[in-house]
Design a protein around this ligand. Structure first.
Ligand SMILES: [Zn+2]
Length: 282
């Protein structure tokens, strides 16, 4: 789902008075996850709920963390500790001061067994007004019992929106090195991007590349697409849909903790090599 669809999902749930107690929102960027969670809290607490008026006390104070019944939990290194879970537990069973719910938004990618077990207890027996929204890069990092106790919603990147000329610029340099077969320069640039970017940023870059390829493919097929900037467009030797599908397929490697530097190198070499049939190894 894109973020708009996730919000719609909550608006429907609120109007049917059937909002569950635990959610895991994963995928997307850190900002997307956070802003979706804040809007979910606003959908629940706004005086025009399930709409968001942006003007009432709830709408105004939830984003800044001033609303008394919405708590942001941001563990160090995104690793949720048992102490943080204890504090959630203490606060969870206090009735809401102002809102209709006690909402805990937890940004975490990891939790050790004791923290997970303790959180699981809260998820199993939440008070009627309690709500937990876990925000994470990948829900597969959690115990299956945690995953199955929550409604899992994945933010899918909106391909039209993901084109980011600035991050793409650096990658275009790698592509140029690959075209010139200047491997030393290519490895150096790949190392640079890999060192200075988070995995999320590299996923975002990948989405930008996909966006360029897609625009080229559609334009080549006669659809009235505005072409991406020429310098980006020219450097990528791809204009077939089949190839787009093959590249999309490679995104999964980023999920499997493949070294991002190697990933960038391979992607650049493949994108600048027209012999596509050789890239079928799975
Ligand atoms: Zn409002």
């Amino acid at each position: 789902m894109n973020t708009g669809q996730i919000l719609e999902f909550f608006q429907k749930a609120v109007s049917k008075n059937r909002v569950s107690h635990a959610f895991i929102i994963y995928g997307g960027t850190e900002e997307e996850r956070k802003s979706v969670a804040i809007d979910i809290a606003r959908i629940i607490e706004c005086r025009t709920s399930p709409k968001i008026c942006s003007n009432c006390y709830s709408c105004k104070t939830i984003p800044s963390g001033q609303f008394p019944d919405v708590h942001m939990v941001q563990p160090e290194k995104r690793n949720l500790s048992i102490d943080e879970v204890r504090s959630i537990k203490e606060n969870m069973y206090t009735k809401p001061y102002y809102g209709s719910r006690r909402i805990f938004i937890i940004e975490t990618d990891w939790m050790q067994q004791p923290a997970a077990n303790s959180l699981l207890k809260i998820m199993e027996e939440p008070p009627s007004y309690g709500m937990i929204i876990i925000l994470t890069r990948n829900n597969k990092n959690f115990l299956p019992t945690i995953i199955s106790r929550a409604i899992n919603l994945k933010i899918n990147p909106d391909i039209e929106m993901s084109f980011d000329p600035k991050t793409t610029e650096e990658f275009v340099q790698i592509l140029q090195s690959a075209k010139k077969k200047n491997w030393q320069e290519l490895f150096k640039s790949a190392e640079g991007i890999s060192r200075n970017s988070t995995r999320e940023e590299i996923e975002h870059l990948f989405d930008s590349i996909i966006s360029i390829v897609r625009q080229k493919v559609l334009a080549a097929a006669g659809f009235n697409q505005s072409l991406p900037e020429k310098k980006h467009s020219d450097i990528i030797d791809v204009d077939e849909y089949r190839v787009l599908a093959e590249i999309l397929d490679k995104r999964q490697y980023l999920r499997f903790n493949v070294n991002t530097r190697i990933f960038l190198e391979l992607l650049a070499i493949k994108l600048s090599t027209p012999k596509w049939r050789n890239w079928q190894t799975r």
